[in-house]
Structure formats: C-alpha cells, structure tokens
Design a protein around this ligand. Structure first.
Ligand SMILES: C[S@@+](CC[C@H](N)C(=O)[O-])C[C@H]1O[C@@H](n2cnc3c(N)ncnc32)[C@H](O)[C@@H]1O
Length: 413
C-alpha cells in the first residue's frame, strides 16, 4: 500500500481499526520514539504535558475545579503512548494524578514500562496503568480530564473515528492535545516514501538499510537528499525514528482546512495551536501585508501562513469539550483581587535568570522576582495582600508581564 496524503473520512464508529495489525507489527519492530532510557526523572519539561499549564494557556486562567473533581485524582489518558516519553512527563509534571497509557504495540509498551520504571514515574502519581489496548476501545474507562494523543491518529485507517472515540472519553471542559501531520512540509518525505515503496524495500530491516542508502547516494543537489540532510538527519539518527518517517505502512496528513473539518465533525471545539508562534503572521509579513493578514478570519489567516511557509510539517493543537469562554484581559482591580500559581514548567527557579515554558531565556526584574517569591511564600494571598513594598501600579505592571510570559497562572474564582 502506498502512503496516501488523504485521510479517509469517517464512515462509521468502529471499535477496531483496519490498520491496527500492520501498525502494531511495525511499532513492535521499531518502537517509537527511539529516545534513550535513563535513570531518574525525564530531562526538563514540556508544558504541553503539564495539565495546569495547558488549562491556563487555553482558558486564559486556571478554571476552578468542579465539585466532582475536588475529591479524586486528575484523570489523564495518553492515547498511543509509544515508548512512553510522553507518559513519563505526564506523570512527573502532574503529581498525584491517575494516568492511563495505552498503545496497540506490545514492543513499544515494553520500552514504555521500562522507561517509567527507571524514572520512578509511578511514585509521582496516584495510579499509573500502561496497557495494550486500542484508543478505540476504552468505553469502559469513563471520562478523562485530559487526553494526550501525539502522532497517533494519522496512523489509523479512519483517523476521524479515532478522534470521535477520544472525544467521547473527554470530560466537559477537558482538553485534548493532538499532533497530526501537515501536507505542506511533508512533500519531500512523501516522495521518498513513494520511491521506497516502488523499490519494494518493505517496512523492516531491509527498508531501513536501503532507505538510508537512498538518501546518502542520491546526487548531492537532489532536493529530497538536501531536504533530508538539512531538516531531518538529526531527528532520524535513531533507526526507529528513520523508519517512522520513511517506512511507515499507514499514515495520512492534512491541510489546515481539512484538519478543521475533521475537528468540527468530532463535536470538540478548536482551542488553539500549542505552537502559536508558528501561526503568527508577523513571523512572515510586514507593513500593509501584515495588516491585511491580521484582518483575515482565523481559517483564512492560517491558510495564508500554510501557503507562505512550506516547512510546516505538523499541526499541534488543543481541542476542548465545550467552547472556551472568551475572556477580556483583566482590569487592574481584577488583577489586585487575583491569586496566582507559579508555572511548574520553568527552568532555573528560584532565580532572576530563567528559561520560560517554551525554554526561552528570560531575565526577571528585581520587582518581578520579589513578586514571584512573595507568592511562593503566601499562596493564598491576593496581589493586593502580598506583603511587599510595591505600589498597586507596579504590582499590576509586574503581574501583567509575568502572566504574558506564562511564568504565573492566574487562578480564576
Ligand atoms: C508515532 S508513534 C507516537 C508515540 C508517542 N505518542 C509519541 O509521540 O512519543 C504512534 C503510536 O501510536 C500507536 N497507535 C497506533 N494506532 C493506535 C490505536 N488505535 N490505539 C492505540 N495506539 C495506537 C502506535 O502503536 C505507536 O506506538
């Protein structure tokens, strides 16, 4: 079967997927991702796997827990966990929660279990289950507060059915984080896949050897070879990652327009890209052109960016069960009455020199540092109540900066 860039539309809601046998056998052979195992917690953080960071990002502030959530652990599903990199982070970044990680590949799960054992992931959470199951078959699991499914649905024969199955497992107000392939930036990859299929190299060891040989021996000026060397050589150094990119038996990809159509059919609301900087037209345009781009409705603006940037090779985004409530930026009075919590995804805290949630270097002013430290000591205090020598205007100015850099999360009443 040649890889197709068209994802099949949803026909019905099956409890299994036609691609499962080929896909699970592939990942048994090449468990993905091929990240090395290590003792101790995973390095750094990824805020997309920290549920509070996601809630604050999507909702603009940390929404209050509904009554039913206050007396039980937070329920998190990692759907298609592969070798458990995301599961490991989900455990370490969401202490006390209950995590279920599922995958159809026994080979990938074996690595996931070993990864989580070595990082002591289970000691961080109330419960960690790692199970060989399809994400289509979780009807007996009730609802989850948060679902992560990264790089999975585009490997189903019917991705839309997979999305619907996940939508049914998401609690009202909960978030689903997805990562799906984009057509635009995968042109060279899809050509290489097609060539390897036509050469009959298969999906195993021979494919790996001949696939690497192909990309090393095409003429140096060949666009497929150049693109691989410049863009993907590092990412595909591990054999499992090379196989995942070039030898996959089942994958599809989307344009932004088709992506949003599939989302709309799932009944979930699109709640923002998790790499919003990529979708900011100011990255590409200036002056009059930028003004025009900013005036476009969302979908048109995203189509424009997709057209202008042929390197966009994936979409990463959040969906929400129920539309997010649009919020006005808080007034000074609202800020003074606010309580805040530090983002768990900061590197270097407590210090004025930090890496923020996107691992960008940040330098806090003495006032900003003092404010964050005061809140650390007095978590129940409002901005107005924090015992520090700073006037109301300066407090609000500092807090606005810290919120915009996502160092603090405002707690919504
Ligand atoms: C590219 S890997 C992604 C792994 C992991 N989410 C990550 O990004 O690190 C795709 C994974 O999805 C799993 N998968 C594919 N179809 C699935 C299904 N129907 N249910 C559960 N897992 C599935 C595969 O076995 C594979 O491990």
């Amino acid at each position: 079967m040649l890889p197709s860039s068209r994802c099949r539309p949803l026909r019905s809601q099956p409890s299994s997927d036609a691609a499962t046998p080929a896909v699970s056998a592939f990942y048994d052979r090449f468990p993905y991702p091929g990240d090395p195992l290590q003792d101790g917690p995973p390095p750094g953080y990824n805020w997309r796997w920290c549920v509070d960071s996601v809630r604050a990002f999507v909702e603009g502030a940390l929404p209050p827990l509904v009554a039913e959530q206050r007396h039980r652990p937070w329920r998190i599903l990692d759907a298609g966990c592969g070798t458990g990199v995301s599961t490991d982070y989900l455990c370490h970044l969401n202490p006390g929660s209950s995590v279920l990680a599922v995958d159809i590949s026994a080979g990938a799960l074996e690595v996931a279990r070993e990864r989580c054992r070595r990082s002591a992931a289970a000691t961080q959470v109330a419960e960690l289950r790692i199970e060989q199951r399809s994400l289509l078959d979780l009807m007996d699991e009730g609802e989850f507060d948060h679902i992560n499914s990264v790089g999975v649905l585009h490997h189903l024969d019917q991705p839309a059915a997979g999305l619907q199955a996940l939508a049914q497992r998401l609690r009202a107000g909960g978030h689903l984080h997805l990562f799906l392939y984009a057509d635009g930036g995968r042109w060279e990859i899809q050509r290489t896949q097609t060539a390897l299929q036509l050469l009959g190299v298969g999906h195993g060891a021979e494919g790996l050897q001949l696939g690497r040989e192909l990309l090393a021996t095409l003429p140096e000026s060949n666009r497929l070879r150049r693109h691989h060397e410049q863009r993907w050589a590092l990412d595909t150094a591990a054999d499992a990652n090379f196989a995942d990119m070039y030898l996959h038996p089942q994958e599809c990809s989307y344009s932004v327009e088709r992506l949003l159509a599939v989302v709309a059919a799932s009944g979930l609301a699109f709640a923002g890209f998790s790499n919003p900087e990529v979708w900011d037209p100011a990255r590409l345009l200036q002056g009059e052109l930028l003004e025009r781009a900013r005036g476009l409705p969302d979908l048109q603006r995203w189509r424009l960016i997709e057209a202008l940037d042929p390197d966009i090779s994936h979409f990463e985004f959040f969906l929400r069960r129920g539309a997010p409530v649009p919020r006005q930026p808080p007034t000074d009075a609202e800020l003074m009455a606010s309580r805040c919590e530090r983002n768990r995804c900061l590197w270097g805290w407590p210090s004025a020199a930090l890496l923020g949630p996107d691992l960008m270097p940040l330098q806090l002013t003495p006032q900003e540092l003092a404010l964050m430290q005061a809140w650390e000591k007095h978590p129940q205090a409002t901005l107005a109540e924090l015992p520090m020598d700073l006037g109301a205007g300066d407090r609000c100015r500092c807090l606005r900066t810290l919120l915009s850099e996502r160092l603090l999360h405002r707690i919504q009443d």
